[in-house]
Write a protein that binds this ligand. Structure first.
Ligand SMILES: Cc1cc2nc3c(=O)[nH]c(=O)nc-3n(C[C@H](O)[C@H](O)[C@H](O)COP(=O)(O)OP(=O)(O)OC[C@H]3O[C@@H](n4cnc5c(N)ncnc54)[C@H](O)[C@@H]3O)c2cc1C
Length: 404
């Protein structure tokens, strides 16, 4: 009905004059909670309450795009883009619902529909900022053909619930590709990073989160052509790990789906380290197949040569992903609930946790509280992304490596 618009941080505003009171938006929004058993039935066709916090894994692989340009342009080996390219080439879909930074306002993200490989190249990168991809639903229902859709876990949960109630949506979105997600950043994080480097948003023509050699760096591309690094170390150990503790949106702080459990197939980095603490698989994606459709499409695209993937039996591939959402978030939910705060309702019990995890949760929650106030978070962010934090990051990595 056009009753929902978005504010500048992409939170919804309801226009009560246009609202018909059908409550469809509330019924399909995962914000208030997620019933994992219901979503399991919707997605996989059966109920099961005894699942691990990684969800339903049919098989898992590690892989990357065969095409060098796609592999180098991707966040972690371009596996998603290779899969989408294969699907377009085989005519399995008419287009792909993907994301990019807005051309006119490169400090915010947007969805778009890619119809060619060139369009897909424009969508590569992990955009660690909230992008309202599901805004595409209204448009997609009026377009011819079927579509693939790439989204974060919360967006896929919303899609699955909406598709149950809107049959045309289920028909149009033929294939769901999920991103693993350890949490996004509030959209204002980009402007604050620019400010910390003495830049204005009007100075830039693009903003990249995983630019250059894997795992990449956060970079602003200026209208003058100059490329400015937003931090000194790599994106993961020198930026994301800190930024996520200052800029994570409130709802992400209580999300417990890290592996995108209800996608047909989901993708993440391979953060496995060797015994010396070095990353083992640069430019590779973890590929988790959930549904039989996911398995079929992966097989077809690998056979056509777009994607190279090999089965990977070792479940340590997940374990590195699970801590924040599998343990810390449930602990946070239980603690907030005890204090009478409003938290999302899940039908999944919190896992057992020890003192160390409880302490980590308290420390992370304190940082997230600090992050609500620009007065505190801005100088911290400025410091951790400056050259002065370099020795400290090196030291923390040295200690981390010692553990391996
Ligand atoms: C906010 C966020 C958090 C993540 N957290 C983790 C994590 O904790 N652990 C982990 O292993 N992996 C995480 N990932 C996934 C990982 O960073 C890579 O995106 C993934 O491995 C795919 O890489 P690729 O090279 O195969 O994809 P590419 O070929 O680079 O394609 C990336 C695809 O993702 C889409 N996309 C990018 N950003 C967004 C967005 N914000 N919203 C919707 N679609 C988007 C693009 O449109 C494109 O289709 C996260 C990604 C995002 C965006």
């Amino acid at each position: 009905m056009g009753a929902i618009s978005l504010d500048k941080s992409f939170y919804p505003i309801l226009n009560s004059d246009k609202c018909q009171g059908c409550e469809l938006c509330a019924k399909v929004c995962p914000g208030d909670g997620v019933n994992f058993e219901d979503l399991t039935e919707i997605t996989f066709g059966y109920r099961n309450d005894s699942i691990s916090s990684i969800g339903y894994v049919s098989s898992n692989y590690i892989g990357y795009a065969r095409d060098r340009k796609i592999r180098e342009g991707g966040a972690s080996g371009g596996a998603i883009t290779a899969l989408l390219t294969g699907m377009l080439e085989k005519g399995l879909v008419e287009g792909c619902i993907v994301a990019r930074m807005n051309k006119e306002k490169p400090w915010i993200g947007e969805y778009f529909i890619a119809h060619t490989v060139e369009d897909l190249l424009d969508s590569q990168d992990s955009l660690y900022t909230s992008i309202p991809v599901n805004v595409s639903f209204k448009r997609i229902c009026n377009l011819p053909g079927k579509y693939a859709y790439v989204a974060l876990p919360c967006q896929v949960q919303g899609y699955r619930m909406a598709a149950e109630k809107i049959p045309i949506l289920k028909e149009k979105i033929h294939f769901v590709i999920g991103l693993f997600c350890g949490g996004s950043l509030e959209p204002y994080a980009v402007n604050e990073m620019l400010q910390a480097k003495g830049l204005n948003s009007s100075d830039i023509c693009n903003f990249q989160f995983r630019s250059g050699k894997w795992p990449g760096k956060i970079r602003a591309i200026l209208k003058s052509g100059e490329i400015v690094n937003m931090h000194y170390f790599d994106y993961k150990d020198g930026a994301y790990n800190y930024l996520i503790r200052l800029y994570m949106p409130k709802r992400c702080q209580t999300c417990i789906d890290s592996s995108n459990e209800f996608a047909d197939i989901s993708f993440g980095d391979v953060w496995l380290r060797d015994k010396d603490g070095r990353y083992q698989f640069s430019d590779h994606s973890t590929i988790v197949v959930q549904t039989s459709r996911g398995s079929q499409v992966l097989k077809e695209v690998c056979e056509s040569g777009n994607l190279i993937a090999r089965e990977f039996k070792n479940d340590s591939i997940y374990k590195v992903q699970l801590k924040r959402k599998g343990i810390i978030a449930p602990l946070r939910i239980a603690r907030l609930l005890g204090k009478g705060k409003q938290v999302p309702v899940y039908d999944r019990p919190a896992p057992k946790a020890g003192t160390k995890e409880r302490l980590t949760e308290r420390m992370e929650s304190f940082m997230l509280w600090v992050g609500q106030y620009k007065f505190f978070r801005y100088p911290i962010m400025k410091f951790v992304t400056s050259i002065y934090s370099y020795p400290l990051i090196k030291l923390s990595l040295y200690i981390k490596r010692k553990k391996y």
